[in-house]
Design a protein around this ligand. Structure first.
Ligand code: ACO
Length: 384
């Protein structure tokens, strides 16, 4: 029996309620600071790579040169997916959403490996092996679905290409230039981890049942897909296309706010200033447009930010990570419905880091509730 007096205050959406102790990442939402293992994301974007940062997030420290070489090699050699998974992807409907395809594939991976025993979940070798497998294969599964839904054969991963370059290559069989691959690598790094957001919390809850890591990630992928979370990056691009040109921004925004609808890519539960990731992504978008030519939607986005801030900044609503990422992905030639799967490719690192951390001193998540229903009602037979 729960002692009602001991219940904390009910916080819708668990806002401000600590759900775990973690040393993986840190956010200061008032100052717009994000750090992975204590290192600012600005530093990491300037000097690190996605795989090096994945190692940092998952194993807790920056790798030595030899460790990184080995990690890189071990990921590279696990990129191919099982032919039965490829055949399964072939049977997916062409117009299904790639997030559903990815969730199904990750879940199906669990069919091919023995169910994780409690002993496995304590074994560093098991954790490392499954980490490598998931990091390596998830991009291949996304690209395979994309090729097959167009009626093409999948493009096999290429061992001489980096993680980021190889993914872009698998999307259409064309090798990206180094600049594009570098920009994409930074995007992945920026999306790698973000404390206890909705999908990571979901991963923690699933992990706490000692479920296998494929279920943990499949659950997190499903949570990421919603438009209030990772799915917002796709919705931002849809919105920019709908607005069409900078002159239409004011009327569009006025209409949205009058109808009390949300502006996608704006607002954040934790940040009360512009999301530091949005600042970096905006810079990347500018670099891409300077090098490869202008994109009309960039002007729309800039004008939208300007007008939206006049109306929303006093309520601490600023652009979040999803506002500029789509413009970058579009310029890299990535179709809009792959934006959220790309978020998942990156966030696998954060999910795995939290899964690993949760297993160290696991306690089953089992919150309580504030019951608002009736009590002691007598059953009424249907005939009466
Ligand atoms: N546009 C307009 N108004 C907004 C927006 C927005 N994008 N975001 C919040 N508000 C307003 C709400 O309408 C609400 O107003 P009210 O108090 O008059 O009802 C107030 O601000 C508080 O909004 P909540 O949704 O309760 O605030 P919350 O802390 O839950 O917001 C959230 C976080 C869900 C991300 C919200 O800002 C939102 O829906 N944004 C749009 C979707 C989006 O971009 N999601 C991606 C977030 S980043 C990520 O998950 C990777």
């Amino acid at each position: 029996m729960v002692d009602e007096n001991k219940l904390g205050e009910y916080m819708p959406g668990l806002e401000g309620v600590p759900a775990t102790r973690s040393n993986i990442s840190y956010i200061d939402g008032k100052q717009g600071i994000l750090e992975y293992r204590g290192i600012s994301i600005d530093e990491l974007c300037k000097h690190s790579s996605f795989l090096e940062t994945a190692f940092l997030l998952i194993f807790g420290n920056l790798p030595t040169e030899d460790e990184l070489k080995e990690f890189d090699h071990d990921v590279l050699h696990r990129r191919r997916i099982k032919y039965r998974i490829r055949d399964m992807i072939k049977s997916f409907p062409d117009n299904g959403h790639p997030m559903d395809a990815l969730q199904t594939c990750v879940s199906a991976m669990g069919l091919f490996y023995p169910i994780a025993t409690p002993k496995d979940l304590k074994s560093p070798d098991y954790i490392r092996d499954v980490t490598l497998r998931l990091l390596a294969k998830i991009p291949t599964m996304v690209a395979t679905f994309h090729m097959m839904r167009q009626g093409n054969d999948p493009v096999l991963p290429r061992d001489d290409l980096s993680y980021a370059a190889n993914f872009l290559y698998m999307l259409n069989g064309e090798e990206p230039d180094l600049f594009m691959a570098k920009i994409f690598d930074i995007c992945l790094l920026l999306h790698g981890e973000h404390t206890v957001n909705a999908s990571t919390f979901c991963a923690l809850v699933t992990a706490s049942t000692l479920s296998d890591p494929f279920s943990v990630l499949a659950a997190a992928i499903g949570t990421l897909s919603g438009p209030l979370h990772g799915g917002a990056n796709e919705q931002v691009m849809v919105m920019l296309e709908e607005i069409g040109s900078a002159e239409n921004v004011e009327a569009y925004l006025e209409g949205k706010l009058t109808r009390k609808e949300k502006i996608m890519g704006f607002g954040h539960r934790v940040y009360k200033v512009k999301d530091p990731r949005a600042i970096i992504l905006q810079g990347l978008a500018r670099e891409l447009f300077d090098k490869y030519g202008h994109d009309p939607y960039y002007e729309v986005a800039l004008r939208l930010e300007e007008v939206a801030l006049e109306k929303l900044a006093h309520r601490n609503i600023y652009p979040n990570v999803d506002f500029y990422s789509g413009l970058v992905y579009k310029k890299l030639g990535i179709p809009v419905d792959l934006f959220t799967p790309i978020f998942a490719i990156a966030r696998v690192t954060g999910w795995l880091a939290h899964w690993k951390e949760q297993l160290v001193d696991n306690r089953l998540f089992r919150p309580t509730q504030v019951y608002t229903g009736k009590r002691d009602i007598r059953y009424m037979p249907i005939a009466d």
